[in-house]
Structures are given as C-alpha cells and as structure tokens.
Design a protein around this ligand. Structure first.
Ligand code: SAM
Length: 307
C-alpha cells in the first residue's frame, strides 16, 4: 500500500523546484510530493519535511535517504514548521507545501482510529505516541450534547447533527470505531448526495477537533508566508470547505495593498502587499485523478507568491 500524492503535477507546476532552491513540506506524509521536489531541484536543492505523525517521519526519513544531506525530516505541527525551518537554517524558503488531512497509511492502520471500516480504538491523533492531547474517546464520551452538535455541524457539515449527537449520547460509552460507525449509520442520512458514508463526516469532524486542525492552520499561514523568500511560493491543498475558506481569506488578506490616507494619522501608512495570488480560484483534481484516487475528491489547491 502506498499514498498517491494528490494534484502532484499541479503542485510541481506551482512550486517550480529548481537547483539550489530551499523547500519545506509541512505535511510530509508518505513523502510523495517531497520526492518530486527533490528530483526536480537536483543536484543541490534542499528540502525539509515535517509531519505531526512520528510514523510518517520515520517513513519519510527512510524514503528520502537516497537524497542524503539534501533532505532533512523532523516531527512537528504545521504551526511550528516555519520556526523549525528557521532553526534548521532553511529560511528564507523558495517553496512551501501543505497537503492537509490524512494519509492513506493513517487510514490503513486500524489502531490509529481514523477509519470506520476497521475496528480500532477512538484515537484519531496525528501525533499518537508523542503528544498529550486528548484522543477522540473522551470527546465522544464526555462532550455535552450542544458541543457535539456544534462540532458535527461545523466540521462534519452533516445534515442532521442533533439526531446523530443524540444517538451518540444514548449509546455511551463508545469505545471503538466500528461501534461509532454503526450508531451513526443507524440514524444519519448519507452526506453529499449519497456518495459517501455518513460516518465519514462524523469521523472527519472528530479528527479536526482532536488535532485542532483549523486553529493550527490559521496560526500557521502568516508564519509560512513570512518564511518565504521574494518570489517564493506557498501551495496549500485542503480537503474541507472551512479550511479552503480559511486559506482563501488569509491569502487575499496578504495580497491586499494598503495605501496611505493623507491626514488620517500615522497608523494609516502605506504597506505593500506581502504576496500576489497565483490562483484566483482553487485548482481541483481532474475526473481522471478522482477516478484513480478517490481520496482526491474534495481537494482544493491555492497558491500565492511572495513579493
Ligand atoms: C495528505 S497527507 C500528506 C501526503 C504527502 N503530501 C505525500 O505526498 O505523501 C497529510 C499528512 O499531514 C499530516 N498532518 C495533517 N495535519 C497536520 C498538522 N496540522 N500538522 C502537522 N502535520 C499534519 C498528517 O499526519 C499526514 O501525514
């Protein structure tokens, strides 16, 4: 089993890896995009790969070994990655990639608790074995009804969050992924025109909360933009509409040119935009890519270039 990198050619076109360049992949995962960048930036381009998941770090370290000193891999969350790159002497960067969400490896391992197709504990931590953040189990078993409804509505975008939350409360304690799946399946309608199992969206919502994925993305974006060299590019692939909106807003905000308004005080000074938008609309996978790799289904790629 391997992880097929999503929007691979589109990411390479966006980052335009070149000899001597410095790159940062903040979601190294299975190393697919990272290998692409290193192959295209030979003989001396360098790449730092980071990931919250210690197993991903092990895997990518092994995969990037043939590139020797051109590649360095470390464990870290996306909101620490820019600082880690600075400490490693990698900034300013010519290209940064964030390819958010889950890897196929994480989905395949039952004990990680990400997949409802396999029986496992309700864990869902990207950083299992390292961090001290709670797993999904206390969220599922101790959250108040309204809290659960809020998560399911906002992060799962499911149609009947209260019904699902009530069913969860009524079935506690819930200890396994398959138990949670069956409770959800008993009450939920399938999401997005019946194309996906309703448990997909419930699991997605819990995973986002467990890993504070939106909070981390919000904090990371300004730091990643700041870590770019002039002409350097930041490419972000999201799989959730809230994440895509967050990236869109952060990129537009960074692309705004502020000009001085005479007579309106010293805070109204001229401020050049930090970036230009390379993509005005997100790049989405082709039908052929979705057919070959259904995980690509909801991917959105946005790119900015540092001025
Ligand atoms: C979709 S995979 C990346 C796949 C990779 N681009 C490749 O080609 O193999 C996402 C990876 O990002 C990691 N990840 C997701 N959110 C993260 C975050 N907020 N901080 C750090 N790592 C994160 C996950 O652990 C997972 O390994």
């Amino acid at each position: 089993m391997t992880h097929s990198p999503v929007l691979f050619q589109e990411v390479m076109d966006a980052l335009q890896p070149r000899a001597g360049g410095r790159y940062l992949d903040v979601t190294a995962g299975g190393g697919g995009h990272a290998v692409g960048v290193l192959e295209r930036s030979g003989p001396d381009g360098r790449l730092m790969g980071t990931d919250a998941d210690p197993q991903a770090v092990e895997r990518v370290t092994e995969r990037l070994r043939p590139f020797g000193g051109r590649a360095v891999v470390a464990r870290g969350w996306i909101d620490d990655a820019a600082a880690m790159a600075t400490t490693a002497g990698m900034t300013p960067l010519d290209g940064i990639l964030a390819d958010l969400g889950l890897s196929s490896y994480q989905l395949a391992e039952a004990e990680r608790g990400f997949a409802f197709m396999r029986e496992g504990p309700l864990d869902m931590r990207f950083s299992a074995g390292e961090g001290h953040e709670p797993t999904a189990a206390p969220l599922v078993n101790r959250a108040e009804l309204d809290e659960l409804v809020g998560w399911l509505r906002a992060y799962g975008e499911i149609e009947n969050p209260r019904r699902v939350a009530e069913a969860i409360l009524g079935a506690r304690p819930i200890t396994t992924t398959t138990q949670l799946r069956d409770i959800v399946a008993g009450v939920a309608r399938s999401g997005r025109r019946q194309r996906i199992h309703p448990a997909t969206l419930v699991f997605q919502a819990l995973r986002i909360v467990v890993n504070d994925e939106l909070g981390r993305l919000q904090r990371a974006l300004p730091d990643l933009i700041a870590a770019l060299a002039p002409g350097g590019r930041l490419a972000v692939i999201t799989f959730h509409s809230l994440e895509d909106r967050m990236v869109k807003v952060a990129f537009r905000e960074a692309a705004i040119e502020r000009t001085a308004i005479p007579g309106f005080g010293s805070d109204q000074v001229e401020q050049a935009a930090a970036v230009t938008l390379v993509t005005h609309k997100p790049i989405e996978p082709t039908e052929a890519e979705i057919e070959a790799n259904p995980r690509a289904r909801s991917a959105h790629l946005r790119v900015v270039e540092k001025r």
